[in-house]
Design a protein around this ligand. Structure first.
Ligand code: NAD
Length: 294
C-alpha cells in the first residue's frame, strides 16, 4: 500500500483517485470544489482541508488540474510540504513550457517529478484504461509506473522533462487534423451521391484508414459506438480539442516548427466552439463543414 495525495478531483481526477483506492492504496485528496470532494469521499478518498495538508505524508503526489497556471501555483504551494524521497506527478494536459517549469520547481526542492498526461477521456479514467505519456528521469518513471498502471492500460516513457506533454499535443494535433480530413471526405461523398457506408467500406480498408474513421466515424451508421450515433454527445468535447490544438500551436511557435494544418485545425475548432458547439463531441465538426443550409 502506498500513501498517495491526489489534487484535482474533477471529471478525470475523481475516477482516477477512486481506482487507486480500489487498488488498495491510501489516497488523501483535495479539490476547491465541494461537489468533487463529496464524490471522491464517497469513493473512499480521505479529503484534506487544503492541498498542503493532503501531501504531508504522501509517497506519491498526483495533480490533475485544468491548465499550466493551476499546476504551477499548486506545485509552488505544496512542494515545500512534500516528504523528501516522494515523487510528484502531474497528469493534467498543459503547455510544455509550464511542464518544464514545474519540473524545475520540484528539482529546487530536491524532489523527483514526472509529467504524465493521459489519453482515453472520462471513460478511460473510470475504466482504468488510460494511456499515460510520461516525461522525466528513468528513476522517476520507475517509481511512478506501478501506480500509473493501476489507472491505465499503457504507460509509455517518452523521454526527459516535458516529453509526455510533447507526445500528448503531437498526438492530438494528428487527431484534430485527421478528424477534419475524414469529415471533409464524407461531406464530399454526400455531394457526389456516394453513401456513407460505401465510403467507409472502401476508406477503412484503404490508404484513408485512420482512428478518426474506424473508431470515431463522424457520421452515424458505420461505427455504431461513435458519438455521431448519440447526437454528438461527448466523447471528447470540442472545447478540449481546441485547448490541445492551441497548446500545439504555442509549442510550434516557441520551437519554430511549421504546422500549417495544425494551425488551420485550431482555427476551424475555434469557429466551431465559437458557434456554440464547445460542449459537443469534436467529431460534430462535420455538421459545421456541411454549412448552415444542410
Ligand atoms: P475538471 O474541470 O473536471 O477538473 C479539474 C478540477 O481541478 C476541478 O474539480 C477543479 O475544482 C480543480 N481545481 C482547479 N484549481 C484547483 C486548485 N488550485 N486546487 C485544487 N483543485 C483545483 O477537468 P478534467 O476534465 O478532470 O480535466 C483535468 C485535466 O485533464 C485537464 O488538463 C484536461 O485537459 C485533461 N484531460 C481531460 C480529458 C477529458 O476527457 N475530460 C481527457 C484527457 C485529458
Amino acid at each position: 500500500m502506498t500513501a498517495i495525495a491526489f489534487i484535482g478531483l474533477g471529471n478525470m481526477g475523481g475516477p482516477m483517485a477512486a481506482n487507486l483506492v480500489k487498488a488498495g492504496h491510501s489516497v488523501k485528496g483535495f479539490d476547491l470544489s465541494p461537489t468533487s470532494c463529496d464524490q471522491a469521499r464517497a469513493d473512499g478518498v480521505a479529503i484534506a482541508g487544503s492541498a498542503q495538508e493532503s501531501v504531508r505524508e504522501a509517497e506519491i503526489v498526483i495533480t490533475m488540474l485544468p491548465a499550466g497556471r493551476h499546476v504551477l501555483s499548486v506545485w509552488a504551494e505544496i512542494l515545500p510540504q512534500v516528504t523528501p524521497g516522494a515523487l510528484v506527478i502531474d497528469c493534467s494536459t498543459i503547455d510544455v513550457e509550464s511542464a518544464r517549469k514545474a519540473h524545475a520547481l520540484a528539482k529546487e526542492q530536491g524532489l523527483g517529478s514526472l509529467d504524465a498526461p493521459v489519453s482515453g477521456g472520462v471513460g478511460g479514467a473510470k475504466g482504468a484504461t488510460l494511456t499515460f505519456m510520461a516525461g522525466g528521469t528513468a528513476e522517476a518513471f520507475r517509481q511512478a509506473e506501478p501506480i500509473l498502471s493501476r489507472m491505465g492500460k499503457k504507460v509509455v516513457h517518452c523521454g526527459e522533462a516535458g516529453s509526455g506533454q510533447a507526445a500528448k499535443i503531437c498526438n492530438n494535433m494528428i487527431l484534430g487534423i485527421s478528424m477534419i480530413g475524414v469529415a471533409e471526405a464524407f461531406v464530399l461523398a454526400e455531394k457526389l451521391g456516394l453513401s456513407h457506408q460505401a465510403l467507409f467500406d472502401v476508406a477503412s480498408t484503404s490508404s484513408g484508414q485512420c482512428w478518426s474513421l474506424t473508431t470515431y466515424c463522424p457520421v452515424p451508421g458505420p461505427v455504431p459506438t461513435s458519438p455521431a450515433n448519440n447526437d454528438y454527445k461527448p466523447g471528447f468535447a470540442a472545447a478540449l480539442m481546441l485547448k490541445d490544438l492551441k497548446l500545439a500551436q504555442e509549442a510550434a511557435l516557441a520551437s519554430g516548427a511549421a504546422t500549417p494544418l495544425g494551425a488551420e485545425a485550431a482555427q476551424l475548432y475555434a469557429l466551431f466552439n465559437g458557434a456554440g458547439h464547445d460542449g459537443d463531441d469534436f467529431s460534430g465538426i462535420i455538421n459545421f463543414l456541411r454549412g448552415p443550409k444542410h
